[in-house]
Design a protein around this ligand. Structure first.
Ligand code: MEV
Length: 439
Protein backbone atom coordinates (compact mmCIF):
# COMPACT_ATOMS: atom_id res chain seq x y z
CA UNK A 1 0.00 0.00 0.00
CA UNK A 2 1.44 3.34 -1.04
CA UNK A 3 -0.16 5.33 1.78
CA UNK A 4 2.00 8.18 3.01
CA UNK A 5 1.62 10.55 5.94
CA UNK A 6 2.90 14.10 5.95
CA UNK A 7 3.69 14.09 2.20
CA UNK A 8 3.13 17.83 1.91
CA UNK A 9 5.79 18.43 4.59
CA UNK A 10 8.51 16.71 2.54
CA UNK A 11 10.82 18.81 0.40
CA UNK A 12 10.33 18.69 -3.36
CA UNK A 13 13.34 16.37 -3.70
CA UNK A 14 11.99 14.07 -0.99
CA UNK A 15 8.57 13.97 -2.63
CA UNK A 16 10.12 12.90 -5.92
CA UNK A 17 12.31 10.34 -4.16
CA UNK A 18 9.26 8.84 -2.45
CA UNK A 19 7.21 8.75 -5.68
CA UNK A 20 10.02 7.17 -7.66
CA UNK A 21 10.69 4.53 -5.03
CA UNK A 22 6.97 3.70 -4.68
CA UNK A 23 5.81 3.84 -8.28
CA UNK A 24 8.88 3.58 -10.53
CA UNK A 25 11.03 0.93 -8.78
CA UNK A 26 13.58 3.61 -7.89
CA UNK A 27 14.28 4.37 -11.55
CA UNK A 28 16.61 7.38 -11.44
CA UNK A 29 15.82 8.38 -15.01
CA UNK A 30 12.37 9.41 -13.75
CA UNK A 31 14.05 11.75 -11.26
CA UNK A 32 16.10 13.24 -14.09
CA UNK A 33 13.02 13.61 -16.26
CA UNK A 34 11.10 15.51 -13.60
CA UNK A 35 14.09 17.71 -12.80
CA UNK A 36 14.73 18.45 -16.46
CA UNK A 37 11.46 20.39 -16.43
CA UNK A 38 12.51 22.56 -13.46
CA UNK A 39 13.40 26.12 -14.35
CA UNK A 40 17.04 27.03 -13.79
CA UNK A 41 15.93 30.39 -12.41
CA UNK A 42 15.39 29.38 -8.79
CA UNK A 43 13.10 32.30 -7.95
CA UNK A 44 10.91 31.66 -10.99
CA UNK A 45 10.69 27.99 -10.10
CA UNK A 46 9.76 28.86 -6.51
CA UNK A 47 6.95 31.06 -7.81
CA UNK A 48 5.52 28.14 -9.77
CA UNK A 49 6.09 25.68 -6.93
CA UNK A 50 3.98 27.83 -4.67
CA UNK A 51 0.95 28.08 -6.95
CA UNK A 52 -0.25 24.73 -5.62
CA UNK A 53 0.52 22.11 -3.00
CA UNK A 54 2.92 19.20 -3.60
CA UNK A 55 4.52 20.60 -6.76
CA UNK A 56 7.12 18.23 -8.16
CA UNK A 57 7.83 19.81 -11.54
CA UNK A 58 6.30 21.93 -14.31
CA UNK A 59 3.96 20.69 -17.01
CA UNK A 60 4.46 22.45 -20.32
CA UNK A 61 1.73 23.40 -22.75
CA UNK A 62 2.56 25.40 -25.85
CA UNK A 63 1.61 29.06 -26.01
CA UNK A 64 0.85 30.17 -29.56
CA UNK A 65 -0.43 33.37 -31.09
CA UNK A 66 -3.24 33.92 -33.58
CA UNK A 67 -2.59 37.29 -35.26
CA UNK A 68 -4.89 39.50 -37.34
CA UNK A 69 -7.90 39.50 -35.04
CA UNK A 70 -9.81 42.64 -35.91
CA UNK A 71 -12.17 43.30 -33.00
CA UNK A 72 -14.24 46.50 -32.93
CA UNK A 73 -11.75 48.06 -35.34
CA UNK A 74 -8.64 47.22 -33.31
CA UNK A 75 -6.18 44.51 -34.35
CA UNK A 76 -5.02 41.94 -31.82
CA UNK A 77 -2.50 39.10 -31.80
CA UNK A 78 -4.31 36.70 -29.49
CA UNK A 79 -2.27 34.44 -27.18
CA UNK A 80 -3.51 30.86 -26.92
CA UNK A 81 -2.40 28.05 -24.62
CA UNK A 82 -3.56 24.66 -25.89
CA UNK A 83 -2.28 21.21 -26.80
CA UNK A 84 -4.61 20.46 -29.74
CA UNK A 85 -2.63 20.73 -32.99
CA UNK A 86 -5.05 22.59 -35.24
CA UNK A 87 -6.66 25.13 -32.90
CA UNK A 88 -4.28 28.08 -33.27
CA UNK A 89 -4.02 27.58 -37.03
CA UNK A 90 -7.82 27.55 -37.30
CA UNK A 91 -8.15 30.69 -35.18
CA UNK A 92 -5.52 32.49 -37.25
CA UNK A 93 -7.25 31.41 -40.42
CA UNK A 94 -10.67 32.67 -39.30
CA UNK A 95 -9.15 35.90 -37.96
CA UNK A 96 -7.53 36.65 -41.30
CA UNK A 97 -10.68 35.72 -43.20
CA UNK A 98 -12.85 38.13 -41.19
CA UNK A 99 -10.22 40.87 -41.05
CA UNK A 100 -10.88 41.30 -44.77
CA UNK A 101 -14.65 41.40 -44.25
CA UNK A 102 -15.12 44.11 -41.63
CA UNK A 103 -13.73 42.22 -38.66
CA UNK A 104 -15.48 40.99 -35.53
CA UNK A 105 -17.80 43.08 -33.41
CA UNK A 106 -18.14 42.42 -29.71
CA UNK A 107 -20.31 44.03 -27.05
CA UNK A 108 -20.53 43.42 -23.34
CA UNK A 109 -24.23 43.07 -22.52
CA UNK A 110 -24.00 42.76 -18.70
CA UNK A 111 -21.39 42.20 -15.98
CA UNK A 112 -23.26 40.95 -12.95
CA UNK A 113 -21.72 38.22 -10.75
CA UNK A 114 -23.73 36.05 -8.38
CA UNK A 115 -23.33 34.35 -5.01
CA UNK A 116 -25.64 32.52 -2.64
CA UNK A 117 -26.01 31.81 1.03
CA UNK A 118 -27.93 28.54 1.06
CA UNK A 119 -29.86 28.09 4.29
CA UNK A 120 -32.69 26.13 5.86
CA UNK A 121 -35.53 27.69 7.81
CA UNK A 122 -38.61 25.93 9.16
CA UNK A 123 -41.05 28.61 10.20
CA UNK A 124 -43.16 31.57 9.11
CA UNK A 125 -42.10 32.86 5.72
CA UNK A 126 -43.67 36.24 6.47
CA UNK A 127 -41.47 36.66 9.52
CA UNK A 128 -38.42 35.59 7.54
CA UNK A 129 -39.13 38.18 4.82
CA UNK A 130 -39.42 40.98 7.43
CA UNK A 131 -36.29 39.71 9.19
CA UNK A 132 -34.21 39.79 5.99
CA UNK A 133 -35.56 43.22 5.04
CA UNK A 134 -34.39 44.53 8.40
CA UNK A 135 -30.96 42.97 7.87
CA UNK A 136 -30.24 44.77 4.58
CA UNK A 137 -28.34 47.69 6.18
CA UNK A 138 -26.59 45.26 8.56
CA UNK A 139 -25.29 43.18 5.63
CA UNK A 140 -23.79 46.38 4.20
CA UNK A 141 -22.26 47.59 7.45
CA UNK A 142 -20.77 44.24 8.32
CA UNK A 143 -19.13 43.90 4.89
CA UNK A 144 -17.95 47.52 4.71
CA UNK A 145 -14.33 46.52 5.36
CA UNK A 146 -14.41 43.93 2.59
CA UNK A 147 -16.18 46.14 0.05
CA UNK A 148 -14.26 49.40 0.64
CA UNK A 149 -11.60 48.87 -2.02
CA UNK A 150 -14.05 47.37 -4.50
CA UNK A 151 -16.35 50.37 -4.03
CA UNK A 152 -13.43 52.73 -4.66
CA UNK A 153 -13.04 50.99 -8.03
CA UNK A 154 -16.76 51.48 -8.73
CA UNK A 155 -17.91 47.96 -7.86
CA UNK A 156 -19.41 46.28 -4.81
CA UNK A 157 -22.55 44.53 -3.68
CA UNK A 158 -25.51 45.27 -5.93
CA UNK A 159 -28.48 43.50 -4.32
CA UNK A 160 -29.27 40.85 -1.74
CA UNK A 161 -32.57 39.05 -2.32
CA UNK A 162 -34.32 36.38 -0.34
CA UNK A 163 -35.37 33.49 -2.57
CA UNK A 164 -37.91 30.90 -1.48
CA UNK A 165 -36.95 27.46 -2.76
CA UNK A 166 -39.17 25.51 -0.38
CA UNK A 167 -41.28 24.15 -3.24
CA UNK A 168 -38.26 22.26 -4.52
CA UNK A 169 -36.64 21.36 -1.19
CA UNK A 170 -38.42 21.55 2.14
CA UNK A 171 -37.20 24.49 4.24
CA UNK A 172 -34.64 25.68 1.66
CA UNK A 173 -34.11 29.43 1.17
CA UNK A 174 -31.29 31.47 -0.32
CA UNK A 175 -29.78 34.86 -0.05
CA UNK A 176 -29.18 35.53 -3.72
CA UNK A 177 -26.62 38.31 -3.93
CA UNK A 178 -25.40 40.10 -7.03
CA UNK A 179 -22.06 41.88 -7.33
CA UNK A 180 -20.07 44.13 -9.59
CA UNK A 181 -16.44 43.06 -9.28
CA UNK A 182 -15.04 45.40 -11.95
CA UNK A 183 -11.80 44.00 -13.44
CA UNK A 184 -11.37 41.16 -10.99
CA UNK A 185 -13.05 37.79 -11.37
CA UNK A 186 -14.07 38.46 -7.79
CA UNK A 187 -14.29 34.95 -6.37
CA UNK A 188 -12.53 35.80 -3.09
CA UNK A 189 -14.40 39.08 -2.73
CA UNK A 190 -17.78 37.44 -3.32
CA UNK A 191 -17.10 34.47 -1.03
CA UNK A 192 -15.87 36.75 1.77
CA UNK A 193 -19.03 38.89 1.50
CA UNK A 194 -21.22 35.79 1.47
CA UNK A 195 -19.57 34.28 4.53
CA UNK A 196 -20.15 37.53 6.38
CA UNK A 197 -23.81 37.60 5.28
CA UNK A 198 -24.08 34.08 6.69
CA UNK A 199 -22.58 35.19 10.01
CA UNK A 200 -25.07 38.06 10.17
CA UNK A 201 -27.93 35.70 9.37
CA UNK A 202 -26.97 33.24 12.11
CA UNK A 203 -26.26 35.83 14.80
CA UNK A 204 -29.22 38.08 14.16
CA UNK A 205 -31.70 35.20 13.94
CA UNK A 206 -30.83 34.32 17.52
CA UNK A 207 -31.62 37.88 18.63
CA UNK A 208 -34.76 38.33 16.51
CA UNK A 209 -37.66 38.62 18.88
CA UNK A 210 -40.42 37.74 16.42
CA UNK A 211 -38.92 34.25 15.87
CA UNK A 212 -40.00 31.49 18.23
CA UNK A 213 -37.26 29.43 19.84
CA UNK A 214 -37.98 26.64 17.32
CA UNK A 215 -37.70 29.06 14.41
CA UNK A 216 -34.37 30.39 15.68
CA UNK A 217 -33.14 26.86 16.11
CA UNK A 218 -34.29 25.87 12.60
CA UNK A 219 -32.31 28.56 10.78
CA UNK A 220 -29.19 26.72 9.63
CA UNK A 221 -26.73 28.02 7.07
CA UNK A 222 -25.71 25.12 4.81
CA UNK A 223 -23.08 26.90 2.70
CA UNK A 224 -22.04 30.22 1.21
CA UNK A 225 -20.43 30.28 -2.22
CA UNK A 226 -20.32 32.21 -5.46
CA UNK A 227 -22.08 30.74 -8.48
CA UNK A 228 -20.17 30.01 -11.66
CA UNK A 229 -23.46 30.26 -13.51
CA UNK A 230 -23.36 33.88 -14.69
CA UNK A 231 -26.10 34.39 -17.29
CA UNK A 232 -25.98 38.12 -16.54
CA UNK A 233 -22.26 38.46 -17.17
CA UNK A 234 -22.66 38.26 -20.89
CA UNK A 235 -20.81 39.27 -24.03
CA UNK A 236 -21.93 39.13 -27.66
CA UNK A 237 -19.51 38.40 -30.52
CA UNK A 238 -20.63 38.67 -34.12
CA UNK A 239 -19.59 38.82 -37.75
CA UNK A 240 -21.58 39.63 -40.84
CA UNK A 241 -21.01 40.38 -44.49
CA UNK A 242 -22.70 40.25 -47.85
CA UNK A 243 -22.97 36.65 -48.98
CA UNK A 244 -21.03 37.36 -52.15
CA UNK A 245 -18.16 38.69 -50.01
CA UNK A 246 -17.71 35.22 -48.49
CA UNK A 247 -16.08 34.18 -51.76
CA UNK A 248 -12.48 33.11 -51.21
CA UNK A 249 -9.96 30.50 -52.28
CA UNK A 250 -11.79 27.88 -50.23
CA UNK A 251 -15.33 29.20 -50.80
CA UNK A 252 -16.04 29.18 -54.48
CA UNK A 253 -19.83 29.22 -54.19
CA UNK A 254 -20.66 31.65 -51.35
CA UNK A 255 -24.46 31.22 -51.53
CA UNK A 256 -24.17 27.44 -51.18
CA UNK A 257 -21.58 27.86 -48.42
CA UNK A 258 -23.75 30.30 -46.43
CA UNK A 259 -26.82 28.07 -46.69
CA UNK A 260 -24.93 24.96 -45.63
CA UNK A 261 -23.28 26.88 -42.78
CA UNK A 262 -26.64 28.07 -41.46
CA UNK A 263 -27.95 24.52 -41.74
CA UNK A 264 -25.00 23.20 -39.75
CA UNK A 265 -25.72 25.71 -36.99
CA UNK A 266 -29.45 24.83 -37.07
CA UNK A 267 -28.50 21.18 -36.54
CA UNK A 268 -26.46 22.16 -33.47
CA UNK A 269 -29.45 24.19 -32.23
CA UNK A 270 -31.84 21.25 -32.30
CA UNK A 271 -29.59 18.19 -31.81
CA UNK A 272 -27.78 17.81 -28.49
CA UNK A 273 -25.25 15.25 -29.80
CA UNK A 274 -24.09 17.83 -32.32
CA UNK A 275 -24.50 20.83 -29.97
CA UNK A 276 -21.99 19.43 -27.46
CA UNK A 277 -19.28 18.99 -30.11
CA UNK A 278 -20.15 22.30 -31.75
CA UNK A 279 -19.77 24.05 -28.38
CA UNK A 280 -16.60 22.09 -27.63
CA UNK A 281 -15.14 23.68 -30.75
CA UNK A 282 -16.10 27.12 -29.42
CA UNK A 283 -14.42 26.28 -26.12
CA UNK A 284 -11.22 25.31 -27.98
CA UNK A 285 -10.82 29.00 -28.69
CA UNK A 286 -12.26 30.30 -25.43
CA UNK A 287 -10.27 28.06 -23.08
CA UNK A 288 -6.99 28.66 -24.89
CA UNK A 289 -7.22 32.41 -24.26
CA UNK A 290 -8.70 31.93 -20.80
CA UNK A 291 -5.65 29.84 -19.89
CA UNK A 292 -3.17 32.23 -21.50
CA UNK A 293 -4.64 35.12 -19.53
CA UNK A 294 -4.54 33.25 -16.21
CA UNK A 295 -8.28 32.83 -15.80
CA UNK A 296 -10.17 29.88 -14.38
CA UNK A 297 -11.16 27.66 -17.32
CA UNK A 298 -13.16 25.25 -15.13
CA UNK A 299 -15.38 28.10 -13.97
CA UNK A 300 -15.81 29.30 -17.54
CA UNK A 301 -16.58 25.81 -18.85
CA UNK A 302 -19.15 25.10 -16.12
CA UNK A 303 -20.89 28.44 -16.64
CA UNK A 304 -20.92 28.26 -20.41
CA UNK A 305 -22.40 24.76 -20.59
CA UNK A 306 -25.07 25.60 -18.01
CA UNK A 307 -25.93 28.63 -20.16
CA UNK A 308 -26.16 26.40 -23.23
CA UNK A 309 -28.88 24.44 -21.39
CA UNK A 310 -30.65 27.42 -19.84
CA UNK A 311 -33.97 26.68 -21.54
CA UNK A 312 -34.02 23.07 -20.36
CA UNK A 313 -32.34 21.59 -23.43
CA UNK A 314 -28.64 21.71 -24.26
CA UNK A 315 -28.22 23.65 -27.48
CA UNK A 316 -25.79 25.55 -29.69
CA UNK A 317 -24.19 28.64 -28.21
CA UNK A 318 -23.83 30.25 -31.63
CA UNK A 319 -26.43 31.15 -34.23
CA UNK A 320 -26.40 32.02 -37.91
CA UNK A 321 -28.85 33.43 -40.39
CA UNK A 322 -29.16 34.76 -43.90
CA UNK A 323 -31.18 37.93 -44.16
CA UNK A 324 -31.68 39.02 -47.76
CA UNK A 325 -28.17 38.97 -49.15
CA UNK A 326 -26.38 39.14 -45.82
CA UNK A 327 -24.74 36.36 -43.79
CA UNK A 328 -24.81 36.81 -39.98
CA UNK A 329 -23.08 34.67 -37.38
CA UNK A 330 -23.12 35.45 -33.66
CA UNK A 331 -22.96 34.15 -30.12
CA UNK A 332 -23.75 35.35 -26.59
CA UNK A 333 -21.39 33.92 -24.00
CA UNK A 334 -21.35 34.19 -20.21
CA UNK A 335 -17.78 34.96 -19.15
CA UNK A 336 -16.73 35.91 -15.62
CA UNK A 337 -13.13 36.99 -16.09
CA UNK A 338 -10.46 38.96 -14.34
CA UNK A 339 -7.58 41.07 -15.56
CA UNK A 340 -6.44 41.97 -12.05
CA UNK A 341 -5.89 39.67 -9.08
CA UNK A 342 -5.39 35.91 -9.21
CA UNK A 343 -2.55 34.80 -11.48
CA UNK A 344 -2.66 37.97 -13.56
CA UNK A 345 0.08 39.71 -11.67
CA UNK A 346 2.06 36.62 -10.73
CA UNK A 347 2.57 34.37 -13.71
CA UNK A 348 5.12 35.91 -16.12
CA UNK A 349 3.44 34.37 -19.18
CA UNK A 350 0.04 35.67 -18.07
CA UNK A 351 1.53 39.14 -17.66
CA UNK A 352 3.00 38.80 -21.15
CA UNK A 353 -0.34 37.66 -22.60
CA UNK A 354 -2.21 40.59 -21.06
CA UNK A 355 0.44 43.03 -22.27
CA UNK A 356 0.24 41.54 -25.76
CA UNK A 357 -3.49 42.25 -25.69
CA UNK A 358 -2.82 45.86 -24.67
CA UNK A 359 -3.66 45.36 -20.96
CA UNK A 360 -7.40 44.94 -21.46
CA UNK A 361 -9.90 45.53 -18.69
CA UNK A 362 -12.25 42.65 -17.86
CA UNK A 363 -14.88 43.83 -20.35
CA UNK A 364 -12.36 44.06 -23.18
CA UNK A 365 -11.05 40.61 -22.32
CA UNK A 366 -14.62 39.26 -22.41
CA UNK A 367 -14.90 40.64 -25.93
CA UNK A 368 -11.59 39.18 -27.09
CA UNK A 369 -12.32 35.74 -25.64
CA UNK A 370 -15.84 35.56 -27.05
CA UNK A 371 -14.44 36.47 -30.45
CA UNK A 372 -11.79 33.75 -30.15
CA UNK A 373 -14.63 31.29 -29.52
CA UNK A 374 -16.70 32.51 -32.45
CA UNK A 375 -13.67 32.45 -34.77
CA UNK A 376 -12.91 28.88 -33.76
CA UNK A 377 -16.52 27.88 -34.36
CA UNK A 378 -16.48 29.57 -37.78
CA UNK A 379 -13.28 27.74 -38.74
CA UNK A 380 -14.67 24.38 -37.59
CA UNK A 381 -18.00 24.73 -39.40
CA UNK A 382 -16.26 26.01 -42.51
CA UNK A 383 -14.04 22.92 -42.59
CA UNK A 384 -16.82 20.53 -41.65
CA UNK A 385 -19.14 21.75 -44.38
CA UNK A 386 -16.46 21.94 -47.08
CA UNK A 387 -13.30 19.82 -46.98
CA UNK A 388 -14.10 17.88 -43.80
CA UNK A 389 -12.20 18.38 -40.57
CA UNK A 390 -9.49 15.76 -41.00
CA UNK A 391 -7.60 17.45 -43.82
CA UNK A 392 -6.52 20.44 -41.72
CA UNK A 393 -6.43 18.52 -38.48
CA UNK A 394 -4.17 15.74 -39.73
CA UNK A 395 -1.89 18.21 -41.48
CA UNK A 396 -1.26 19.83 -38.11
CA UNK A 397 -1.12 16.46 -36.37
CA UNK A 398 1.61 15.32 -38.74
CA UNK A 399 4.24 16.92 -36.48
CA UNK A 400 3.04 14.85 -33.51
CA UNK A 401 3.26 11.65 -35.54
CA UNK A 402 6.78 12.53 -36.73
CA UNK A 403 7.84 13.29 -33.18
CA UNK A 404 6.47 9.94 -32.02
CA UNK A 405 8.53 8.28 -34.74
CA UNK A 406 11.58 10.38 -33.81
CA UNK A 407 11.92 11.30 -37.46
CA UNK A 408 15.16 12.88 -38.63
CA UNK A 409 15.28 16.21 -40.47
CA UNK A 410 15.75 14.43 -43.80
CA UNK A 411 12.82 12.12 -43.14
CA UNK A 412 10.67 15.13 -42.23
CA UNK A 413 11.50 16.78 -45.54
CA UNK A 414 10.56 13.66 -47.48
CA UNK A 415 7.33 13.28 -45.50
CA UNK A 416 6.37 16.93 -46.05
CA UNK A 417 6.93 16.63 -49.79
CA UNK A 418 5.00 13.36 -50.04
CA UNK A 419 2.00 14.44 -47.94
CA UNK A 420 1.53 17.75 -49.68
CA UNK A 421 -0.57 15.83 -52.19
CA UNK A 422 -1.66 12.85 -50.07
CA UNK A 423 -4.18 12.55 -47.24
CA UNK A 424 -2.42 12.32 -43.89
CA UNK A 425 -3.32 9.38 -41.69
CA UNK A 426 -1.36 7.88 -38.82
CA UNK A 427 -0.95 4.57 -40.69
CA UNK A 428 0.08 6.25 -43.95
CA UNK A 429 2.79 8.30 -42.22
CA UNK A 430 4.14 5.32 -40.28
CA UNK A 431 4.21 3.20 -43.45
CA UNK A 432 5.93 5.95 -45.40
CA UNK A 433 8.63 6.51 -42.75
CA UNK A 434 9.19 2.75 -42.29
CA UNK A 435 9.56 2.45 -46.02
CA UNK A 436 12.13 5.24 -46.07
CA UNK A 437 14.06 3.53 -43.29
CA UNK A 438 14.09 0.21 -45.13
CA UNK A 439 15.64 1.83 -48.19
C1 MEV B 1 -12.35 19.49 -32.35
O1 MEV B 1 -11.55 19.80 -31.24
C2 MEV B 1 -13.49 20.48 -32.45
C3 MEV B 1 -14.52 20.18 -33.52
O2 MEV B 1 -15.02 18.84 -33.38
C4 MEV B 1 -15.61 21.19 -33.37
C5 MEV B 1 -16.83 20.94 -34.23
O3 MEV B 1 -17.12 19.78 -34.58
O4 MEV B 1 -17.54 21.93 -34.50
C6 MEV B 1 -13.91 20.24 -34.90
Amino acid sequence: MNIVNGFSKLTKEQKIEWLVSQYFQGDLSVVSLLKSYWNSDVQLQKLHDEFIENTITNFYLPMGVAPNFNINGKTFAVPMVIEESSVVAAAANAAKFWSKRGGFKATVLATEKIGNVHFMFKGSKEKLVTFIEGLQPVFRIRTAEITRNMEKRGGGILKIDLIDKTNELSGYYQLHATFDTRDSMGANFINSCLEEFANVLREKAMEYEAFTAAEKESLQVVMSILSNYVPNCLVRAEVSCKIEDLKSKEIQNPQEFAEKFVQAVRIAEIETYRAVTHNKGIMNGVDAVVLATGNDFRAIEAGVHAFAAKNGKYTSLSHAEIVNDEFRFWMDLPLALGTVGGLTNLHPMVKFALELLGKPNANELMEIIAVAGLAQNFAAIKSLTTTGIQQGHMKMHLMNILNQLQATDDERKEVAAHFQEQTVSHRAVVDFVENLRRK
